[in-house]
Design a protein around this ligand. Structure first.
Ligand SMILES: Nc1ncnc2c1ncn2[C@@H]1O[C@H](COP(=O)(O)OP(=O)(O)OP(=O)(O)O)[C@@H](O)[C@H]1O
Ligand SMILES: [Mg+2]
Length: 331
């Protein structure tokens, strides 16, 4: 039996949003980790929450997953009130990370069967579901090895598999690929896309613009517990240009002259970096870099280094908030 055959049932007609949040707040002491966030996630989409360390991503997910009390505002999942009916909510969502305490001595197959049995699924079904999930997640070969020998990527996949046992219509993935190598990240992306084909809705958090770009239909960018932008990946990228020209001037004092030259030459506004002498210019097309360089040379401004890069999360942030992404440590 495949997951598809079993089907996924949301309690509603399917016209309600998968997630609807209004003014969500979570405060730890006098620090508002989540400071009034609104979200509307449509059934069947992959919705990405993008933000740097400490932005409030995990805190927001934990509130939606009933693992943390909501201090202010409200949330509904498929029309069910999160604070009012937590037991129903828990049947509607799969949360990865929730099963972090898998038994190291048991094999992957035994772990999945155990979880299924703990969900009161009868043994024959539990066996079938475990086999099905192991196949889908590329864990067949390793299925009968104790998970103590599993790599980080295999553990992540097993964790996701475990969260799908009850076939929840909504899956929360908290930074599903942080720390994975590029190949394993790619596999995880395919797995996540597969969830959608299967009829799920996915809410995922990430620190990586490329990941949100690859996976998400829509993205909310959050910073200091607030939403600073929302849109499709393309909409967000056009806010910062399709690519970015990163310039380091030989003479940091020439920054104002360089800004003026770029304005005149390209009609766009460079973004100044806090680093002295560095500025970034958003480009709609990578080959516009030449126009900028010509404009600078005409103005007699010399450059010590230059590169063209895809916009990074840092640039999206700098463009949207006027400050760079900062981590807990640098704050
Ligand atoms: N249980 C807690 N008690 C006190 N402060 C907390 C608690 N959980 C989170 N915080 C604080 O709330 C803020 C948001 O944390 P959160 O874990 O939600 O960020 P995040 O966006 O998930 O970051 P990361 O990318 O590092 O996972 C941080 O300043 C964090 O220190
Ligand atoms: Mg987090």
């Amino acid at each position: 039996m495949s997951i598809t055959e079993l089907g996924r049932t949301a309690p509603s007609s399917g016209t309600e949003p998968a997630v609807l949040a209004e003014g969500l707040v979570k405060a730890f002491g006098d620090h508002r980790a989540v400071d009034g966030i609104d979200l509307e996630i449509r059934p069947g989409e992959i919705f990405g929450v993008l933000g740097p360390n400490g932005a409030g991503k995990t805190t927001m997910l934990r509130m939606l997953a009933t693992l943390l009390a909501i201090d202010a505002g409200r949330a509904e999942i498929f029309g069910v009130d999160v604070a009012g009916r937590p037991h129903v909510i828990r049947q509607l969502i799969g949360v990865t990370g929730q099963y972090a305490s898998v038994d190291e001595q048991l094999t992957a197959r035994e772990n999945l069967r155990l979880f299924a049995r703990l969900q009161r699924i009868p043994a024959p079904s539990a066996r079938r579901i475990a086999a099905d999930l192991l196949g889908r997640f590329g864990l067949e070969e390793a299925a009968d090895k104790p998970i103590a020998h599993f790599s980080g990527g295999m553990r992540r996949r097993l964790d996701l598999a475990a969260s799908l046992i009850t076939r929840p219509p909504l899956i929360f993935l908290d930074e599903p690929t942080t720390g994975l190598d590029p190949r394993t990240r790619g596999q995880m992306w395919d797995t996540i896309r597969g969830l959608i084909t299967d009829g799920c809705t996915v809410l995922l958090t990430t620190q990586y613009l490329d990941e949100a770009d690859q996976l998400a239909d829509r993205i909310a960018v959050i910073d200091h517990g607030r939403k600073v932008a929302e849109g499709t990946p393309d909409e967000l990228k056009t806010m910062v240009g399709a690519s970015t020209l990163q310039l380091m001037l030989a003479e940091p004092g020439e920054v104002p002259a360089a800004v003026e030259a770029v304005r005149r030459g390209l009609g766009s506004e460079p973004v100044l970096s806090p680093e002295k002498g560095r500025l970034n210019v958003a480009l709609d097309q990578a080959d516009m870099a030449a126009d900028v360089l010509i404009a600078l040379r005409t103005a007699g401004i010399s450059i010590s280094s230059v590169s063209v890069a895809k916009p990074s999360l840092d640039e999206v942030f700098l463009a949207l908030t006027g400050h760079e992404t900062e981590t807990e440590e640098t704050r």
